[in-house]
Design a binder for this molecule. Structure first.
Ligand SMILES: NC(=O)c1ccc[n+]([C@@H]2O[C@H](COP(=O)([O-])OP(=O)(O)OC[C@H]3O[C@@H](n4cnc5c(N)ncnc54)[C@H](OP(=O)(O)O)[C@@H]3O)[C@@H](O)[C@H]2O)c1
Length: 329
């Protein structure tokens, strides 16, 4: 089968198209013919062994993914496609089923075929969605959902979402709106209209206004893009407020410290716990018209290097989709 592989950690051009062996499903696996996948920050960080996060994190990353070279040569975590075959105990699915999901750190989706356990984060595709629309459902939304669960969002609660235009941010705005919270979203000028259209009650342009200086306070501050900090936003939290980061290992120290001292908490879950039930929850939201992943651009799998370079600019709006095999019904 055709696949994008890499044999060394490094810049985007370590990725190249190659013939690879088609995976064979174990008895609890489904074999999926992939029609769409994405380039997300998990792919990008893993490919460069998290070098940009500093030497300590890079060592940890290599311990997980392969010390000298990547153990899993095929990246790609999000997928949408059609079940080709099922193992003996994977009876939840049948050949011909249209499915979507995420393989997380197991990767394997930058290929014509991939295997995943039937009990893992895979589900039937929401009715009425194309493969390109279904592939980017999971990454941003599962990361947002994991964080927001700690925010006890409901009617009457206020949340500020910083970095509301990324994969996690665009999903976070829609989920927080669904949970009934009052949502203030922060993003750059060019994305204000989009973020408002996702359900935010109000938007702040961080290029023209510093939300920490306007006197407003919130029950929850969600840094969906890893560009803010608890120290800077503490004054904008109400008493008993919660700060939810998505990145930055200093937040682990803050989480420990605030669990013992002070009434404002940092909650940082590493690794994030994401389940099949969460994927089914998202499927239900999509079918109810309450959530739709935002797609910045679509490119064929062959353009993976260019698409990856774009994701590394940290300027994508929502998600970048890769199409595989030219089918998109
Ligand atoms: N996706 C994952 O798998 C994953 C998992 C765990 C953690 N994380 C971390 O979560 C964070 C967000 O990931 P993501 O995939 O959602 O990001 P993303 O989609 O790459 O975010 C891109 C958006 O960030 C905004 N942005 C860039 N610089 C900014 C700044 N200084 N202040 C505010 N907004 C800024 C840009 O919009 P504007 O033009 O509006 O600024 C752009 O639309 C990253 O730090 C990532 O490492 C990601």
């Amino acid at each position: 089968m055709k696949a994008v592989v890499y044999d060394a950690y490094g810049p985007p051009d370590v990725l190249h198209i190659q013939e690879a062996e088609r995976p064979v499903p174990n008895e609890d696996d489904v074999l999926i013919k992939v029609y769409a996948t994405t380039v997300n920050r998990l792919d990008v960080h893993t490919r460069e062994a998290n070098r940009s996060s500093g030497p300590a994190i890079s060592v940890l990353s290599r311990l997980m993914s392969g010390v000298r070279r990547p153990r899993q040569r095929i990246l790609g975590s999000e997928f949408a496609g059609v079940v080709e075959a099922v193992g003996a105990t994977a009876g939840e699915f049948a050949p011909g089923d249209r499915v979507f999901g995420t393989s997380g750190l197991r990767f394997g989706a930058y290929a014509e075929y991939m295997c995943t356990r039937a009990s893992a984060r895979v589900a039937l595709m929401p009715e009425g969605l194309s493969f390109e629309e279904a592939a980017p459902i999971c990454d941003g939304a599962l990361n947002a959902l994991t964080c927001l669960k700690a925010g006890d969002l409901r009617q009457g609660r206020t949340i500020l979402i910083y970095g509301a235009s990324g994969a996690i941010g665009t999903a976070g705005v829609q989920l927080a709106t669904y949970f009934g919270a009052d949502v203030t979203a922060v993003c750059g000028t060019k994305n204000l209209e989009l973020v408002k259209s996702l359900g935010a009650d109000r938007v702040i342009d961080y290029l023209h206004e510093d939300f920490t200086q306007n006197g407003q306070t919130y029950d929850v501050i969600f840094d969906a893009v890893g560009k803010h900090s608890f120290a800077r936003s503490r004054g904008s939290l109400k008493p008993g407020g919660v700060y939810l980061p998505t990145d930055g290992f200093s937040n682990l120290t803050w989480a420990l410290w605030t669990s013992r001292f002070g009434d404002k908490k940092v909650v940082f879950q590493i690794p994030p716990r994401q389940t099949k039930e969460d994927v089914l929850f998202l499927k239900g939201l999509v079918e109810a018209g309450k959530f739709r992943p935002v797609i910045d651009r679509r490119r064929p799998l062959e353009d993976v290097v260019e698409a990856t370079r774009y994701v590394e600019t940290e300027q994508k709006v929502g998600n970048v989709v890769l199409t595989v095999g030219g089918r998109n019904d």
